[in-house]
Design a protein around this ligand. Structure first.
Ligand code: PLP
Length: 493
């Protein structure tokens, strides 16, 4: 299996090399040249780890069986709250795939608990002697999950940039209290797109890259532009489908809908790869919040980022440039690297592009505004005593719009991407708890009382942790922050 760049098909790497490099030098993303097929019958009775091996081995063909099984074993263990790793909750007619039972209580753990192991193995395979610096932009959840995964990992340093005013209180505390000498966390004056663009720029800054290289560092990425994050995310779509099949909640070969609260388009792209591998899927519902660039795109075929980013109660989806859509469009265009280069140039320079809408028929875009998010959390809680976080509420509301419009009675799996406790203040308000005079931890306790849920340790343990990272910078200063942290000098004078 080779990985090719979406902007230049002649660039072709092995899986381990693509994981180390993160992004192609031409600015394109690495995609698998072909998607491996699986036989559902043979996967039916496998547990999460065994299934993960069967799915991932088709993508990571230069990893030995022993190495890949070690990576999987070290990732999906008792760091997760339950042995099934990603349980399903049936709520009314809908199935919620709960992806938030890992160490940082958001779905990013599903991939970021294994990425450090994949990266270390990839370095071993390629005989890399340098130290790796992971540069990461986060809308809140990737940052903490990556810090947790990479903290104290030998020969790796990790730098995380987050929008200072664009994450929840709990998210901010989680990152600022991160221990490990190899970790560095910076809040930037700007939004997630600024952070992501800044990081992408550093990857393409020749002077910066060679200054690091001279000091024995190479760069890599923990963002979902890294193929090492996408591949592990395919597993849980198979796992959920097979679980429902075993429990007779689905018939043999029955097609399901998959609805995903979407930001950078990574999670839903993994679902699309699952379909290409043989998972019976009817429609993909791509759910957005008020930053509904993707809803507009799937409705009109025009991707237009020329609008202001809104800060919403679902900050992990406050994004105007969904990086992984580039991969999807590459596949949909029949691997047309010339077309992808030119539309991505259009996006960077003009702020928009147009794509043939006829090629997007498997996808439906829908969004939920802030009012609908709060109402949905309240209604689902009152009716079913089930607590949604704000992101999962976006997906639920968007799905209801889809169902209404298309009269589709397929069963649906909704990706539930975060614990409600991670966004406690908004979730509490949505179920009628007055939060005005309460501090974050009091809100969390009240939420636990009213819902009957236990406060996750990831949240309760924050109370006693020391703030370690208090760095702030403007988006123009990101480069210098990294150089300072690594104690690397460049000739500026
Ligand atoms: C990252 C994230 C999303 C968006 O996922 P993408 O793969 O970026 O589309 C949705 N919900 C939560 C809670 C997240 O952390």
């Amino acid at each position: 299996m080779r990985y090719i760049s979406t902007r230049d098909k002649t660039v072709s790497l092995k899986a381990s090399q693509a994981i180390i490099q993160g992004i192609s030098k031409d600015g394109g993303l690495f995609v698998p040249e072909a998607i491996p097929l699986v036989d559902l019958d043979k996967l039916k009775d496998l547990d999460y780890k065994a299934l993960a091996y069967e799915i991932m081995k088709g993508f990571l063909t230069d990893f030995s069986e022993e190495d890949l099984k070690d990576c999987i074993g070290n990732a999906y263990n008792d760091k997760f709250e339950m042995p099934e790793i990603a349980p399903i909750a049936q709520v009314g007619e809908k199935f919620y795939l709960e992806l938030y039972h890992g160490p940082t209580i958001a779905f990013k753990d599903m991939a970021l608990s294994i990425l450090p192991h994949l990266l270390k193995t990839a370095m071993k395979i390629n005989g890399i002697k340098e130290e790796v610096v992971i540069l990461t932009a986060t809308s809140g959840d990737t940052g903490k999950a990556a810090l947790e995964g990479f903290a104290n990992v030998d020969k790796i340093k990790i730098v995380v940039f987050f929008p200072e005013n664009g994450v929840s209180e709990i998210q901010k505390l989680q990152m600022k209290t991160q221990t490990g000498d190899n970790t560095f966390v910076v809040g930037i004056n700007g939004n997630f797109d600024d952070a992501q663009n800044g990081v992408k720029k550093l990857f393409n800054d020749g002077e910066f890259v060679s200054a690091l290289k001279n000091e024995g560092y190479i760069l890599s990425s923990a963002n979902s532009i890294n193929i090492g994050r996408l591949v592990p995310q395919i597993v849980y779509y198979f796992h959920s489908y097979l679980t429902l099949l075993r429990e007779d909640k689905l018939g043999e070969g029955e097609k399901i809908n998959i609805c995903v609260p979407t930001g950078n388009f990574g999670n839903i792209l993994a679902a699309y790869y699952a379909k290409k591998m043989g998972l019976p899927v009817n429609k993909f519902i791509c759910a957005s919040n008020d930053n509904k660039v993707l809803t507009d795109f799937f409705t009109t075929g025009i991707y237009d980022r020329r609008r202001d980013l809104k800060l919403t109660s679902s900050p992990s989806m406050d994004i105007l440039i969904s990086s992984n859509l580039e991969r999807f469009l590459f596949h949909m265009s029949g691997n047309d690297d010339g077309l992808i280069s030119s539309i991505m140039k259009g996006l960077a320079e003009e702020g928009y592009y147009q794509f043939d809408k006829e090629k997007l028929v498997d996808f439906f875009g829908a969004y939920a505004d802030e009012d609908e998010v709060f109402k949905t959390i309240g209604q689902v809680f009152n009716k079913y005593n089930y607590l949604l976080d704000t992101h999962t509420a976006v997906a639920t509301s968007a799905y209801e719009k889809y169902e209404f419009e298309y009269n589709d009675d397929s069963k649906v799996i909704i990706a539930s991407t975060a614990s409600p406790f991670k966004f406690a203040s908004n979730v509490a308000q949505a179920i009628g708890i007055g939060v005005r005079d309460l501090d974050e931890f009091k809100i969390v306790d009240t939420l636990a009382q009213k819902s009957g849920l236990e406060v996750p340790v990831a949240v309760s343990s924050l109370k006693d942790k020391k703030i370690i990272h208090n760095n702030k910078c403007n988006k123009e200063e990101m480069k210098n922050m990294v150089l300072d942290f690594l104690k690397v000098g460049v000739n500026n004078d």
